[in-house]
Write a protein that binds this ligand. Structure first.
Ligand SMILES: Cc1cc2nc3c(=O)[nH]c(=O)nc-3n(C[C@H](O)[C@H](O)[C@H](O)COP(=O)(O)O)c2cc1C
Length: 224
C-alpha cells in the first residue's frame, strides 16, 4: 500500500504512522516549575542527538486546547529537566505519570513516587530508575501541526550529569540492558521491553560474500 499523508488517509482503521517508528525509548521526564511544583511525565518522542557533549531531545505536543503541557512549560521556564530511564519494573508508575494533572499538582506526591535529589538541576530523580540524565536546555524549535495538539516543541538539551546505578553494570563494565529491561513504546497502546539483544560486527571474508549474494537476490526482477 501507499498513501500521501498530505492529501490522503491510510484507509486503515488506525493511523499506522507511530507504529512505523518503533521501538521508541521513553523520555520519562521530571521537571519543576519556577514556583517549585514538581512534575513527572513520559514522552516517547525522545532520542539522543549526539554524544559529545551528550545531548538529548524531546518532542512534546501541545494539549488539545493548544496550551503547553506542564513538562514543556517548566522546561521553557527553568531550562532544566531530568531524564529517568523507564524499565519494565516501573511501567505502572510510567503510565500513572502520563495522567493529565493540573499544573499546581506535585505529581511525585500525588502518585507517591519516591525520589532522589539531583546534583546540577533542581528537578528530582525517580528513585528506582537505574539511569538518570540531568539536562540543560540548549535549543528549542516549534513544529506547527494541522491541529492544536499535533504541534510540538522540540527541546534539545545537554546532559550535564549522568547517574548509573552500579549494580546494573556487568563485570566487564557495560550496562546490562537485558537485566534492566528498558521500556519502549510501540504504536497504538503497545509497549515492549528490551529482553533480547545480539552483537553485529563488521562483516569480513565469507560473511561479506553472503551479503553480496543477498544483494543479488534482492535485485532480481520479480518472478526470476
Ligand atoms: C508512554 C507514553 C509516551 C508518551 N509520549 C508522549 C510524547 O512523546 N509527546 C507528548 O506530547 N505526549 C506524550 N505522552 C502523553 C503525555 O505523557 C501526557 O500528555 C501527560 O499528561 C503530559 O504531562 P505533563 O502536562 O505533566 O507534561 C505519552 C504518554 C505515554 C503513556
Amino acid at each position: 500500500m501507499f498513501y500521501s499523508p498530505q492529501s490522503e488517509v491510510s484507509g486503515l482503521p488506525f493511523n499506522p504512522f507511530k507504529s512505523c517508528c518503533v521501538p521508541r525509548p521513553i523520555g520519562w521526564i521530571s521537571t519543576v516549575s519556577a514556583s517549585g511544583v514538581h512534575n513527572l511525565a513520559p514522552y516517547s518522542q525522545f532520542q539522543n542527538v549526539t554524544w559529545d557533549p551528550p545531548t538529548v531531545m524531546i518532542a512534546a505536543n501541545a494539549r488539545e486546547s493548544g496550551q503547553l503541557k506542564d513538562t514543556t512549560a517548566n522546561i521553557l521556564e527553568t531550562r532544566e529537566f531530568v531524564w529517568n530511564m523507564a524499565t519494565l519494573d516501573l511501567k505502572d508508575w510510567v503510565l500513572a505519570s502520563s495522567k493529565d494533572m493540573a499544573p499546581g499538582v506535585d505529581e511525585f506526591q500525588a502518585l507517591n513516587i519516591p525520589w532522589l535529589p539531583s546534583r546540577h538541576v533542581q528537578a528530582r530523580r525517580v528513585k528506582g530508575s537505574p539511569v538518570h540524565f540531568e539536562c540543560r536546555l540548549t535549543q528549542k524549535l516549534h513544529v506547527p501541526g494541522h491541529s492544536l495538539d499535533s504541534s510540538a516543541w522540540i527541546l534539545v538539551a545537554e546532559v550535564v550529569g549522568i547517574h548509573i546505578e552500579e549494580g546494573i553494570l556487568t563485570e566487564d563494565g557495560r550496562i546490562d540492558i537485558r537485566r534492566i529491561k528498558p521500556l519502549a513504546r510501540l504504536g497504538y497502546r503497545d509497549y515492549t521491553d528490551v529482553n533480547h539483544s545480539y552483537e553485529l560486527t563488521e562483516l569480513t571474508g565469507r560473511e561479506a560474500e553472503g551479503i553480496s549474494h543477498l544483494h543479488e537476490t534482492l535485485h532480481q526482477p520479480p518472478g526470476v
